[in-house]
Design a protein around this ligand. Structure first.
Ligand code: GLA
Length: 338
């Protein structure tokens, strides 16, 4: 009897079924080009861009839900959960949101009313279907003394823009889990700021249920110790943790090399070792970590092909450009069994 290779290859979401959801960020192209891989290995999806403010709400009186609705239909057809990303962010938000009718700065009440009607419309539309939302994305400053980064939200509304966003989201869908989501989340300096922000929100009884650790990591950074410390620190707040945008770049941030047409053997080995370590750690903390989402699914498409070095290919996932399992995949399967 011949063995079907696919039968011998555990589905990732089944391998981790007792621990957490396994998600992928998708876009209109990958919903087609990665359809089979997605339905095979993942039981959660997130819109890479299609649910951002600029995509859903390009003008005050105009909402565009076609692509987001297609993603929802795909999830439904495949029995997948959906994480919503993202309601309030300083990026990919159109200028009209922050302007008054004469092109000057909108006032606080106007901006809050716009935030509320956006959240009502979007979270209301997918009520009961999107089980978790990144309500506020990347509001914390990477360095310096200030906790919050400068943004139009902060400038016009003041620091309670964050609490307001959570209150509006909770009112729009009282059953959705509401997350604060950020990158450099394992950096000790930023970790403490994220911790303080979420702690103060909880003390004010703001409806926040979790912290999203974006986890845009690479072969060396952050260290496993820093990741563990971040997970423990956030978990000590009694909130849920989601790994929301996991990818493991084969380049250091400072590395600007553009000559590689394929990852080296050494890169693939290191990447597999890192993936194994990460998932063993996620499993160890699966009482707190309830979802792990990759920021893509396979190496044929990643936002890292353009960032931070223009036009340079990267290979950050556990499936290769042909959707075949890399050593990283097998290390995940092993971690799942550990
Ligand atoms: C951040 C955002 C994501 C996405 C990535 C780059 O992490 O949260 O929505 O824009 O940057 O793809």
């Amino acid at each position: 009897m011949s063995i079907n290779r696919k039968d011998a290859m555990p589905k990732l979401h089944e391998a981790f079924g007792g621990s957490f959801l396994i998600g992928a960020a998708v876009n209109p192209m990958t919903l087609t080009t990665q359809r089979e891989l997605l339905s095979q290995h993942f039981n959660s999806i997130t819109a890479e861009n299609e649910m951002k403010f600029e995509r859903l709400h390009p003008a005050e009186e105009r909402y565009t839900f076609e692509e987001a609705d297609r993603l929802m239909a795909f999830a439904k057809a495949n029995g997948m959960a959906v994480r919503g990303h993202t309601l309030v962010w300083h990026n990919q938000t159109p200028d009209w949101v922050f302007e008054n009718s004469s092109g000057g700065k909108a006032d606080r009440d106007t901006l809050l009313a716009r935030m509320k009607s956006h959240i009502d419309e979007v979270a209301g539309r997918y009520k009961g279907e999107i089980y978790a939302w990144d309500v506020v994305n990347e509001a914390v400053a990477d360095s310096g003394d200030e906790i919050l980064r400068p943004s139009k939200w902060l400038d016009i509304v003041g620091e309670d823009f964050i609490a307001k966003a959570f209150e509006y989201a909770h009112a729009a869908d009282p059953n959705a889990l509401l997350f604060y989501n950020d990158y450099n989340e394992s950096n000790p300096e930023k970790r403490e700021k994220i911790y303080s922000l979420v702690k103060s929100l909880k003390e004010k009884n703001v409806p926040i249920h979790g912290i999203g650790l974006q986890a845009h990591w690479n072969l060396e950074h952050p260290s496993l110790d820093d990741i563990r410390r971040a997970v423990e620190r956030y978990a000590s707040l009694g909130v849920k943790l989601h790994i929301t945008e996991l990818d493991v770049s084969v380049f250091q941030f400072e590395d600007r090399r553009t000559d590689l047409t394929a990852p080296s053997e050494e890169m693939l080995e290191q990447q597999a070792e890192r993936y194994g370590q990460f998932f063993r750690l996620f499993k160890e903390y699966s009482e707190h970590i309830t979802s792990v989402t990759f920021w893509g699914a396979a190496d044929d498409y990643t936002w890292l092909d353009h960032f931070p070095v223009r036009g340079r290919k990267n290979w950050p996932f556990v499936f290769d450009t042909e959707h075949k399992p890399k050593q990283s995949y097998w290390n995940l399967v092993e971690a799942a069994r550990s």
